[in-house]
Design a protein around this ligand. Structure first.
Ligand SMILES: Cc1cc2nc3c(=O)[nH]c(=O)nc-3n(C[C@H](O)[C@H](O)[C@H](O)COP(=O)(O)O)c2cc1C
Length: 124
């Protein structure tokens, strides 16, 4: 069983949340930086666990995240999903994230929205 820690974190807050969550499950977790486009995607086994954390941009999940995530293929994996926002609102971003994961056969078993600094880095 491997715990994968997937984070899309241009300025670092989301990565900290994601790594804390993954470490609480399994200190030997494997980390993936989804701001990068050159990742080799592992073949998942059913008992692998996915921690995935992304920012809220304009109340939504970043489009580029959804495109990068579509390269992953789940097989009924348990997923822990999180959105991180800058204290305006997270709107439907957590719902949107779970709606991306479910058709990929990554089943959210716990989800949360977390606060961070409201950065202005335009990574869209
Ligand atoms: C283009 C852009 C749009 C944002 N939209 C929202 C928003 O709708 N609601 C909110 O509360 N925070 C918003 N934020 C703040 C980010 O969600 C927050 O700063 C980010 O999750 C920090 O993560 P990072 O440090 O890992 O990059 C926005 C930030 C940027 C750059």
């Amino acid at each position: 069983m491997t715990t994968y820690c997937l984070h899309f974190s241009p300025c670092g807050s989301i990565k900290s949340y994601a790594m804390e969550m993954a470490d609480a499950i399994d200190s030997s977790y494997v980390s993936f930086d989804l701001t990068r486009s050159d990742l080799s995607i592992p073949v998942l086994k059913k008992d692998d666990i996915i921690v995935v954390a992304v920012p809220v941009y304009g109340g939504r999940v970043p489009k580029v995240f959804a495109a990068r995530m579509s390269r992953w293929k789940g097989c009924g994996n348990k997923a822990i999903s999180a959105v991180v926002y800058g204290n305006r609102a997270y709107d439907d971003a957590l719902l949107e994230l779970n709606d991306i994961l479910l058709p990929m056969e990554m089943i959210p078993v716990a989800s949360g929205a977390f606060l961070a600094r409201h950065v202005l880095h335009p990574f869209l």
